[in-house]
Design a binder for this molecule. Structure first.
Ligand SMILES: [Mg+2]
Length: 262
């Protein structure tokens, strides 16, 4: 894994030779620092300004792909004329079209019920927070005392294990968060592949260079698709040999620097 700025000359060469650049990024932990409460993860003013400029540039198409629900993501980013993919790509808006994963839509009432069960069960543990994102649920435990984490884990697994082994839900993990998703083979990687294909189809441009930045486990599916499409995959965080991204940037602050360089 190379630091992106150490190989900048090479990257600039690929950027210059591409017909078009599809700039895609995760939100939390990538464009903004990780914070205790998800609602206070806001974009730096400068990052928003730079994303806006990039989106207006004819050579670029900008998209944000997040585990957040689509309306939440849109209000956090607050930019027009870009692609938004919420709930890890289960819902996408942009490029003049929209996508809603049909099984996820069907599962909505079941997740509502599961949300109530989780709320009732985890209520006794201080600091745990269940977030209803419509098509998925998140159980955040960043604010839970370290010694209590095992209780969250036990209670969570007691409810979700029988459902995941029987294929009714999919459970994934992120930074101090469990995520409950519908049982569909859809993830950030599939969403990125869908966007690349959609872009090629709508623009008629073949030589598109995709970029993807992300900081967490769920971003690895995205990096894989980017690598298969000869794009630029960037892990955000300290150098991480577990990640399949080709490059890394140390922090959201460095991502802002990268945007300036673009
Ligand atoms: Mg993230």
């Amino acid at each position: 894994m190379k630091h992106l700025f150490d190989v900048w000359g090479k990257v600039v060469h690929s950027l210059k030779s591409a017909d078009h650049i599809l700039f895609l990024s995760d939100y939390d932990g990538t464009l903004t620092p990780i914070v205790d409460e998800p609602e206070s993860a806001n974009l730096f003013r400068e990052t928003r300004k730079l994303l806006r400029r990039l989106a207006k540039n004819r050579r670029y198409t900008v998209g944000i792909i997040s585990g957040r629900a689509l309306p939440d993501l849109k209000s956090k980013v607050g930019l027009e004329g870009i692609i938004y993919a919420g709930n890890h790509g289960l819902e996408i808006e942009g490029l003049g079209s929209s996508f809603l994963e049909p099984i996820a839509e069907e599962m909505r009432p079941f997740l509502q019920m599961l949300n109530r069960v989780l709320l009732a069960t985890l209520r006794g543990i201080k600091g745990v927070f269940v977030e209803d994102k419509g098509l998925t649920l998140s159980v955040h435990y960043r604010m839970v005392d370290g010694t209590e984490e095992i209780r969250v884990d036990d209670a969570f697994k007691k409810i979700t294990d029988p459902l995941s082994v029987t294929g009714r839900i999919r459970v994934t993990q992120g930074k101090k968060v469990y995520e409950i998703r519908p049982p569909v083979a859809w993830d950030k990687g599939k969403a990125i592949a869908w966007l690349i294909a959609k872009f090629r189809e709508s623009s008629g441009k073949g030589g598109v260079l995709p970029i993807y930045l992300g900081d967490d486990l769920t971003d690895e599916d995205g990096f894989e698709v980017i690598e298969n499409n000869n794009g630029v995959s960037i892990f955000v965080g300290e150098e991480n040999s577990q990640s399949i991204a080709r490059y890394f940037l140390k922090s959201p602050e460095e991502v802002t620097e990268f945007l300036k360089m673009l």
